[in-house]
Design a protein around this ligand. Structure first.
Ligand code: NDP
Length: 401
């Protein structure tokens, strides 16, 4: 991670170019980057015309409460305001005009993980300013540069986000938890039996300089899930839920007990329902969020002795599609990942069976949890912003739906 002073210097340089291009009085960048101790109520980068007053250290205004910033958070595109005199819609903070003498402005949003992380302000103080196309283009160029700087600065694509991964202590969930931490997220996980793995994961994430929380929770229990979300609620505002908890038991249908069948349905379907319901309840008011659901390629092709598991994963696929449609109007994206056989020990196959399976794949090897994490980071990050109700298939080419 580059030092914060260096990051701020890079932001200053971008803003200086923007100010030169627009002839503005002042260009600033504000953002919420908690890992850096950067808060949007102060400016993190600034460029000033000669004699213009600096906004550094002027923290009295609650920026996010301003109508103009709420507009940016809802619209994710530049706001161009040529004349701030009289009643302006959406209104900037009143002090911007009365104390700092700004008469016209442009605002450009910095959106990461589908949420407004920060914004560039371009201020003018000599009356009405008919912003030209070239001014807006210069602002858009600066926004791209800020995105690149934030991506390269080690903040990561999930900087400032809070993620919850059920079954995050082992296997695929653990790899996703570490990848999310590497991308800047604070990560909470739920586990049910293997506490030592949960604790070692917390240590590993904290060693990476991120916050971590591990909560024991049976995802089939409504009260456990309710306590889990209460704990996560005090940890951070939930941005990303990965419904990953799962169980496996291969057996002929003639030997399957009703309890086996119901446990399979319960961990996968009831668990995903309970966790997604709680997540939706906290994400809907914030109008942002990502829910990722672990299905399996067996949802598509089935397999002898895997009837219950295949049925549960098929149900999760359809659950994904229905929930995606229901939550999209609230700004929440729901998608799924359907891996092929991943070598986690989840399915206790013999080495010989695994070798034969690997040989049958176009890529000639079994998948490892690390092979999947790109799909999960993508779906959780701003890059996945146009994916809704879709399924990604990291499976070595076994099936190509
Ligand atoms: P793991 O066994 O490593 O992970 C399963 C996780 O689920 C564990 O963390 C386990 O917790 C947790 N879990 C199980 N039951 C519950 C419960 N009732 N409440 C809360 N947590 C629970 O296997 P994988 O990493 O391989 O599997 C993860 C997901 O990926 C599963 O949904 C699986 O179906 C899916 N998947 C796996 C494939 C594979 O080949 N491995 C292929 C396709 C999909 P604990 O450790 O505490 O028991």
């Amino acid at each position: 991670m580059i030092p914060t002073a260096q990051l701020k210097a890079q932001l200053d340089a971008i803003l200086a170019r923007l100010r030169d291009a627009t002839g503005a009085t002042r260009c600033t960048f504000r953002g919420d980057l908690p890992e850096r101790g950067i808060d949007c109520n102060d400016v993190a980068g600034e460029a000033l015309a000669p004699g213009a007053r600096s906004l550094r250290g002027q923290t009295a205004i609650d920026q996010r409460a301003a109508g103009s910033i709420r507009w940016l958070a809802a619209n994710h595109r530049p706001l161009v305001q040529p004349d701030l005199s009289g009643a302006v819609d959406p209104p900037p903070p009143p002090q911007l005009k009365s104390v700092f003498g700004v008469t016209a402005q442009m605002l450009g949003p910095v959106v990461r993980g589908n949420a407004l992380t920060g914004w560039i302000s371009v201020h003018y103080d000599k009356g009405v300013r008919a912003w030209a196309d070239a001014d807006v283009k210069a602002l858009e160029r600066a926004l791209e540069e800020v995105h690149l700087v934030l991506d390269d600065s080690g903040l990561g694509r999930l900087a400032g986000k809070t993620a919850l991964i059920t079954g995050g202590n082992t296997g695929i969930g653990r790899a996703v938890a570490l990848a999310y931490a590497d991308e800047g997220a604070a990560v909470a996980i739920a586990w049910i039996a293997r506490e030592a793995d949960a604790q070692s994961l917390v240590t590993e994430i904290e060693r990476r300089g991120r916050r971590a929380l591990a909560v024991r929770c049976d995802v089939t229990s409504e009260s456990d899930v309710s306590s889990l979300f209460a704990a996560v609620g005090t940890f951070g505002a939930l941005d990303i839920l990965v419904n990953n908890a799962g169980i496996q038991k291969a057996q002929p249908i003639t030997e399957m007990s009703l309890d086996d069948w119901e446990r399979m349905m319960s961990v996968h379907l009831r668990g995903a329902f309970l966790c997604s319901r709680e997540a939706a309840r906290v994400m809907i008011p914030r109008r942002t969020g990502r829910i990722i659901i672990l299905s399996s390629q067996l949802a598509y092709i089935g397999r002898p002795n895997y009837t219950a598991y295949s049925a549960a994963k098929g149900g999760l696929l359809t659950f994904t599609r229905a929930l995606a449609q229901e939550l999209a109007p609230h700004g929440i994206l729901v998608n799924s990942v359907s891996p092929g056989l991943i070598d986690t020990g989840f399915d206790p196959l013999s080495e010989e069976t695994k070798r034969a399976h690997a040989a049958s794949l176009p890529l000639k090897r079994l998948g490892m949890p690390e092979d999947l994490v790109g799909a999960f980071v993508f779906l959780a990050s701003d890059e996945g912003r146009y994916f809704c109700g879709q399924t990604l298939h990291p499976n070595g080419g076994e099936i190509m739906p």
